[in-house]
Write a protein that binds this ligand. Structure first.
Ligand code: HEC
Ligand code: HEC
Length: 160
């Protein structure tokens, strides 16, 4: 009985020492200063409200299309979305202009063939209308804005 007790006591003592070693080692790396925790580059306590920005209020036809960020990137929407959202399961105002069924160059740019294809289940079939995964246009396309960059960026676009 006594022997068992000694074993238990010494095993717990060893565990406590091991725990301290691990704990102290982990605690010995210096803490990360809060200036380095995120994109804001300022102490959390001094945080200021982010710069405000506005989305474009241009009507369709009144603004410039921006170059793509890279080949294959979803283009930014150059016009305001006032009155065109929300997109619901039964209503999609975007398609009234972007899928007119004519190939008139004066029309708004038409949804590309990629949007009429269910790339996951039937990648070789071109459908009559947009595939379900493309229905919610604003999941990928966002309006142009005057938001300042959060961090300086030297990326140069090669997109058209
Ligand atoms: C009343 C017609 C109209 C409606 C509705 C409309 N658009 Fe447009 N859209 C245009 C026109 C016209 C352009 C061409 C650029 C310009 O002249 O403003 C355009 C351009 C775009 C472009 C840029 C394409 C490129 O290659 O640069 C995207 C993306 C776009 N619209 C997405 C949308 C989405 C998403 C919606 C719905 C939330 C929508 N549009 C609703 C007329 C419309
Ligand atoms: C899953 C992401 C995604 C969704 C959802 C989506 N798009 Fe796109 N869209 C893209 C990408 C990526 C491109 C550029 C590559 C391409 O042409 O396929 C693009 C290109 C376009 C273009 C440019 C065509 C051109 O010839 O310049 C238009 C217009 C457009 N989309 C409209 C729409 C509309 C309207 C919807 C909703 C019905 C929509 N998109 C939904 C990703 C998406």
């Amino acid at each position: 009985m006594m022997r068992k007790l000694i074993v238990v006591v010494s095993v717990s003592a060893a565990a406590a020492v091991a725990f301290q070693v691990v704990f102290r080692t982990a605690g010995s790396s210096p803490p990360i200063p809060d200036q380095e925790l995120g994109l804001r580059k300022t102490a959390l306590a001094d945080d200021r409200a982010p710069a405000t920005y506005t989305l474009t209020d241009a009507a369709p036809g009144d603004n410039q299309r921006m170059p793509r960020a890279y080949d294959g990137a979803p283009p930014l929407i150059p016009h305001s979305l006032d009155g065109f959202t929300p997109i619901t399961s039964s209503e999609n105002t975007c398609l009234l202009c972007h899928q007119t069924g004519t190939a008139d160059a004066a029309d708004p740019p038409q949804v590309p063939v990629s949007h009429m294809t269910d790339l996951r289940n039937a990648p070789t079939v071109q459908r009559e209308t947009v595939a379900g995964a493309r229905w919610n246009c604003t999941a990928c396309h966002v309006p142009q804005s005057n938001a300042p960059l959060l961090v300086a960026n030297t990326f140069a676009t090669k997109g058209k």
